[in-house]
Design a protein around this ligand. Structure first.
Ligand SMILES: Cc1cc2nc3c(=O)[nH]c(=O)nc-3n(C[C@H](O)[C@H](O)[C@H](O)COP(=O)(O)OP(=O)(O)OC[C@H]3O[C@@H](n4cnc5c(N)ncnc54)[C@H](O)[C@@H]3O)c2cc1C
Length: 520
């Protein structure tokens, strides 16, 4: 638009887009570097992003419980003299209530009722130990990555046609990854598991805090922000991000805009993949490729309150093997035990990936009817009543998330993932998905936000740790394992596969340039 038509944007040094964990830690790092001229912007009306709660059900006095719709566990806590998960540290600092998740307090079921197939969980674990070894070889010897499915098969684990084994596998893999083994990278899936559960520790604490888990993020934010601080802009939806050589303009749905020296974008990759925000000029190919290559998993908790507890209240988990569909209401988790919401008669089901997608498209009534059928088959000797409260979020449809959390797919290399992390000049990216070790977890968002906040502070002249100085590395071109002239008879390649019949072979000596990487 001609200069005269343009509204003048509010100027700031750093605009941080998204006030989830990554946005808050980025702002904190900027603030800790004595840079006070920044803005923290979010379309929601609260700080916390995917750490979000809601009121649910009723206590005897009529008041509701607080339940977590997003992150619920602090995963991998830390050991006495070893490193500690920063989320655990903060949860202790702010006295967030949580309870040890006892994964041995589990019973197994199928469509005929309670059936003990828990030995399959051990069998899966033994196969998974083999997969862990494969991951180590792949990393150390620079071997080609493959899927967790392939790794499990090579380790002798084949749940085909066995619904009990499929339930055990869902419990072992999908419950955390939010995607099935065939969609998960063996190398990075296992390494990510190790980063959380070996580097820190193998415990998970389930948060029951009645002010909501995101209280720790809000209290931490208010260590450096005042109450009603004008630097926080909530209810503000970003529609476009326009980069130029010496500044970045951020435009909002309400017509306002901000001009910043640096912008830190912490939107989920679901948001970035769905083009809700327009980038002008469009992001470079290496960045768009990385964004579109990563996976966003869906993980949905379906909450129910009954007027009685018809399940064993000493048991935390009820594993269900559906005879027809893998992952159909595979786990029910009781919250009525004394360490949770005692006598609340609340239980919730978890679904992930394709099953979550189906459930999120259905009405509450449809889903409730399906769940009741499952519960009545699991407890054939009990008169299972209908729930008195029922609700679940629709993560795949939330315009500010488009999914629950990321999962590393087969085919994304460390370099391609680095392209997801890297800045494009003055535009920086951070969030759980940009963490190569802790993608999918709150701690991933925490570490990435902090690093990028420090880098931006460093660009603005602040003293920051050496390792976080300057632009982030990116790769313009990512090479495959085969050269064009290797597509020959010896490899069964005896016709030309170019659509326009124009062979465009690159020679072995000439490296591809960014231009040549334009998709054919
Ligand atoms: C169902 C579920 C279960 C989970 N379980 C766990 C768990 O048990 N343990 C664990 O460690 N982690 C868990 N996670 C993952 C954890 O919640 C995330 O890793 C973490 O919260 C991500 O933080 P973030 O800052 O990267 O992103 P976000 O929290 O998504 O922050 C990004 C912010 O950007 C805002 N935004 C997006 N688009 C726009 C726009 N156009 N304009 C303005 N603002 C915008 C959003 O509103 C959001 O607040 C779970 C997540 C989900 C959804």
């Amino acid at each position: 638009a001609p200069i005269a038509d343009r509204t003048t944007c509010q100027k700031t040094q750093v605009a941080i887009l998204g006030a989830g964990i990554a946005g808050v830690t980025a702002a904190q790092a900027v603030s800790n570097a004595s840079i006070t001229d920044f803005l923290l912007i979010d379309r929601n009306d609260y700080i916390g992003g995917r750490v979000v709660n809601t009121d649910f059900g009723k206590r005897p006095d009529g008041s509701p419980y607080t339940i977590e719709l997003g992150a619920n566990w602090i995963q991998g806590l830390g050991s006495v003299n070893g490193p500690e998960n920063p989320i655990w540290t903060l949860s202790k600092k702010y006295s967030i209530n949580s309870t040890f998740s006892n994964y041995s307090a589990i019973l197994s079921y199928d469509e005929t009722g309670q059936v003990d197939y828990l030995h399959l969980l051990d069998e899966y674990d033994r196969a998974y130990e083999e997969v862990q070894k494969q991951s180590g070889y792949i990393l150390n010897l620079n071997l080609q990555d493959t899927s967790v499915r392939t790794g499990l098969s090579l380790a002798g684990w084949n749940p085909q046609g066995n619904s009990h084994a499929q339930a055990a596998e869902w419990w072992g893999w999908d419950f955390n990854a939010a995607q099935p083994p065939e969609l998960s990278s063996l190398l990075f899936g296992v390494a990510g598991d190790n980063a959380t559960f070996n580097h820190f520790s193998d415990e998970n604490f389930f948060v029951t805090h009645q002010n909501g888990l995101n209280e720790f993020i809000q209290l931490e934010a208010h260590q450096f922000l005042k109450k009603n601080d004008p630097r926080i802009l909530l209810n503000t939806t970003v529609t476009s991000i326009q980069s130029s050589e010496d500044s970045v303009e951020v435009h909002f749905e309400n017509g306002d805009c901000v001009e910043a020296e640096h912008v830190i974008c912490t939107f989920s990759i679901g948001v970035l993949q769905n083009n809700v925000v327009e980038f002008k000029p469009q992001l470079p190919l290496w960045k768009r490729d990385a964004i579109q290559s990563f996976n966003m998993g869906i993980y949905t908790k379906i909450f129910m309150q009954f007027n009685e507890t018809f399940w064993d209240d000493d048991t935390q988990f009820f594993l269900y093997a559906d005879p027809y569909e893998r992952g159909k209401f595979p786990v029910f988790q009781s919250l009525t035990g004394p360490e949770f919401h005692q006598d609340s008669h609340i239980i919730f089901a978890t679904v992930a990936a394709g099953q979550a997608q189906v459930v999120e498209k259905q009405t509450d009534e449809e889903t409730q009817a399906q769940i009741m059928e499952v519960l009545r088959s699991m407890f054939p000797d009990v008169n299972v009543p209908d729930p008195i409260a029922f609700m679940y979020p629709r993560w795949s449809e939330e315009k500010w998330a488009y999914g629950s959390y990321s999962n590393w797919p087969v085919g994304v290399t460390l370099e391609k993932h680095q392209n997801l992390r890297a800045n494009v000049d003055r535009l920086w990216f951070a969030g759980e998905a940009s963490s190569s070790l802790w993608f999918g977890y709150m701690q991933g968002a925490w570490f990435e936000g902090q690093e990028v906040g420090q880098r931006v502070a460093g660009m603005l002249g602040a003293r920051v740790p050496m390792k976080n100085r300057g632009s982030m590395r990116h790769y313009n071109v990512l090479h495959g394992t085969s050269f064009a002239d290797g597509y020959d008879d010896e490899h069964g390649w005896n016709v030309d596969t170019f659509a326009d019949q124009q062979p465009r072979k690159l020679s072995r000596v000439k490296a591809a340039t960014a231009d040549e990487q334009i998709p054919l």
